[in-house]
Ligand binder design. Structure first.
Ligand SMILES: Nc1ncnc2c1ncn2[C@@H]1O[C@H](COP(=O)(O)OP(=O)(O)O)[C@@H](O)[C@H]1O
Ligand SMILES: [Mg+2]
Length: 229
């Protein structure tokens, strides 16, 4: 799978002002590739990730998925894209603390039109892939921060998506736990998934196949020339 942004622009209206979160971004991301997106706070990283993930419609420009315009495809196709082809990982994990690791991992199947009969088995195997095979029945609230992020990664991959989009996934972790999480994400890319990591941490850019630098809603380095006007 290949995701191409062509002159993507995103404007927000806020208190009568217009904020240009993305000011014409063109870039490309491919399966098997680990892309790291770097830039200061407020530069547009999350907005870009959300546009690529089908969560937020650009004001102008287009996001092409294998050459097809994602946001021209209708709401049902868009939600299938989000639920079946993309896995999301967030800084604050977004887990239900009272539910077990396994119950959290199975959340994507709650939205599936037809959940697979072997959903629980898939959930266990996703947890095994992140080295949490022994914690499946543990309430998420009792896990360490690093383990919580592992559960979130298991949830992101349980549907066997083609891309994993991670928004500051190490932002709430200490350095060594963060490095473990990054290693897991690198592993996914080596297994053929497209992986995009948004981060502030220059150390993470070391493992990237490509680093996209963004400032004031524009890519200032690393766009790979894709879709340039
Ligand atoms: N829902 C929103 N409404 C208004 N402004 C927003 C909204 N989301 C983001 N912004 C603004 O858009 C810009 C880019 O935000 P964001 O993509 O979250 O940056 P980053 O993730 O790099 O910190 C910022 O100026 C931010 O305040
Ligand atoms: Mg952000």
């Amino acid at each position: 799978m290949k995701i191409t942004c062509r002159n993507v622009e995103k404007l927000y209206a806020l208190d009568g002002r217009t904020i240009r979160a993305l000011a014409g971004v063109s870039c490309e991301m491919r399966s098997g590739e680990l892309v790291v997106v770097m830039g200061r706070s407020g530069s547009g990283k999350t907005t870009l990730l959300n546009a690529v993930g089908g969560l937020d419609r650009p004001t102008a420009g287009s996001v092409l998925v294998d050459g097809e315009d994602l946001y021209a495809s209708g709401d049902r196709a868009l939600s299938r894209y989000r639920n079946e082809r993309i896995g999301f990982v967030f800084q604050s994990f977004h887990l239900s603390h009272d539910e077990t690791a396994l119950e959290n991992v199975l959340v994507p199947f709650l939205f599936a039109r037809r959940p697979p009969p072997d959903a629980a088995e898939r959930g266990r195997s996703a947890l095994a892939r992140v080295d949490l095979g022994d914690q499946v029945d543990q309430p998420a609230g009792t896990l360490s921060a690093g383990q919580k992020q592992r559960v979130a990664i298991a949830r992101a991959i349980v549907n066997e998506p083609e891309f994993v989009l991670a928004d500051e996934p190490t932002g709430n972790l200490d350095e060594s736990t963060g490095a473990d999480i990054v290693a897991l994400l690198v592993g996914l890319a080596r297994q053929g998934l497209g992986v995009v990591i948004v981060t502030h941490d220059p150390a993470i850019s070391q493992v990237a196949d490509r680093v996209l630098r963004i400032a004031d809603g524009r890519i200032v380095d690393g766009a790979d020339g894709a879709g340039a006007p």
